[in-house]
Design a protein around this ligand. Structure first.
Ligand code: EPZ
Length: 426
């Protein structure tokens, strides 16, 4: 098992190329099921989750060809062709490894008239049910059966009629599944209180490029006029706003200055605002965001919320930063019930963090010391690397498979800006 060795103390300086967004790619790839024509995606990040999803698509008989990926390039160009599907079943042994596999349910149902997907297990940040996915598909006319740990969705003969669904809770994945089911429905569908994350906008932009008719893109009220068929397309995946925010925190905790090439400031508003409140200087242009931390960091209170609120996927990384800020910060996690797995590990590095339910109280500034730490989930792992960059001595981060799910060639990117970090095989 690989491990990362991080030696703290270097100010990060230079440019980091930002990769395509994992959480956009995971909803764009299954769109290939919606057409018999080839779908080519550019700027796909090289990540374990993307490889896993591609393996699942192969399970359905989708042909996959990877082009133009020189080892030194970040990102890949991949063409998916679902001209002929050989299965509409997503098996347990694949789905259990990656919860996002549930995102084949809507498109497969729309394409094949039925879909059978193993129920995803919970994961380290909560039990993460899929009830809203199923309720939305039922509202569009699907019949849902649960048996032997599988969900089976069946469309009436002739396809989904379409319908309306008002989300009681904002759900990114359920909004994505509903959108991918509605685009080929026989009628018009409407979603209320839909997620507005930039990854949803990316999905709507791809579906529109394929010939879908969607109104209200970017808002929480979406209207989808079903069409008979969709065409193939070539589409560039949006940049990863969470990766960019993570490296912004890494730059800030070291008192450095880093340009995040490809990052879009307008998609990172809440994160960049939090950094500015903490005293970090943020500048941006059409092609990048630059962060500079040239004065002591100040404590601030943060609460996660659905977009355009502060991304829950940024909570752990910002918590590491707050450990170095002067004063007491209150962090509230409103999206997941158990997303403080990084706290015990950060505490072993000298952070002063007390948690009570979904609230964490962070006292700073603390002197951090390197330690042997264990990654527990994707973003928690990144918070440990960020803390290690500012810690005295050496931090060893194990269970890197968590990190490799969401950060493309992390150590190479941090080495580009002067971090003392290396990956060792055990
Ligand atoms: C997506 O997960 C992201 N994953 C997550 O990123 C992200 O944290 C999350 O959205 C919130 O922004 C991908 O896009 C692949 P939700 P998703 O449905 O769709 C509850 C990362 O680090 N809920 O918006 O699973 C749920 O339990 C990952 O990259 C239901 O109750 O999140 C949670 O409390 C982690 N019933 C809340 O809604 C449902 O049917 C938000 O979940 C679905 C969700």
């Amino acid at each position: 098992m690989d491990k990362l060795i991080v030696r703290g103390g270097n100010k990060l300086a230079g440019t980091i190329p930002i990769s395509g967004a994992k959480n956009a790619a995971l909803t764009l790839i299954p769109c290939a099921l919606l057409t018999e024509e080839p779908l080519t995606l550019r700027n796909l990040p090289r990540l374990a989750d993307i490889d896993g999803f591609q393996h699942l698509m192969g399970q359905f008989g989708v042909s996959i060809s990877i082009q133009g990926n020189r080892p030194e390039d970040f990102g890949r160009v991949v063409t998916y062709e679902a001209s002929r599907l050989t299965s509409s079943v997503a098996p347990y042994d694949l789905v259990r490894k990656m919860r996002a596999s549930i995102l084949v349910l809507g498109p497969m149902l729309a394409r094949a008239g039925e879909a059978t997907v193993s129920m995803p297990g919970g994961c380290a940040i909560g039990n993460r049910p899929i009830d809203l996915h199923l309720k939305a598909l039922e509202a569009f006319g699907a019949e849902i059966e649960l048996a032997q740990g599988y969900v089976k969705a069946i469309a009436p003969d002739g396809g989904l009629p379409g319908g309306e669904f008002d989300f009681p809770v904002v759900s990114v994945g359920a909004t994505e599944n509903a959108l991918m089911a509605a685009v080929l429905a026989n009628g018009t569908s409407r979603l209320f209180n839909a997620a507005r994350e930039p990854e949803i906008v990316d999905l709507c932009n791809l579906l529109t490029a394929m010939g879908a008719e969607i109104e209200g893109i970017g808002s929480s009220d979406l209207t989808i006029h079903g069409v008979k068929r969709l065409n193939g397309a070539t589409y560039k995946v949006m940049p990863d706003r969470i990766e960019a925010g993570s490296y912004a925190c890494a730059a800030a905790i070291t008192g450095g200055e880093v340009r995040l090439e490809g990052a879009r400031a307008d998609e990172m508003g809440a994160t960049l605002h939090a950094l500015e409140v903490m005293g970090v200087t943020v500048e941006s242009d059409a092609k990048s965001v630059t962060v500079r931390a040239d004065r002591p960091l100040k404590a601030t209170d943060l609460t996660t919320a659905p977009y355009p609120g502060l991304a829950t996927d940024m909570q752990a990384q910002l918590m590491s930063l707050l450990c170095k800020a002067e004063g007491t910060s209150v962090l509230k996690e409103t999206i997941f019930e158990n997303r403080f797995m990084h706290v015990p590990e950060l505490s072993r590095m000298g952070c002063d963090i007390a948690t009570e339910g979904r609230t964490a109280i962070v006292k700073g500034p603390q002197d951090l010391t390197g330690a042997e730490v264990m990654a527990t989930d994707l973003r928690a792992s990144m918070s440990l690397v960020i803390a290690g960059l500012a810690a005295e001595g050496e931090t060893t981060v194990r269970r890197l498979y968590h990190l490799d799910r969401g950060y493309e060639r992390l150590e190479e990117k941090l080495q580009l800006v002067g971090a003392d970090i290396e990956r060792l095989g055990d």
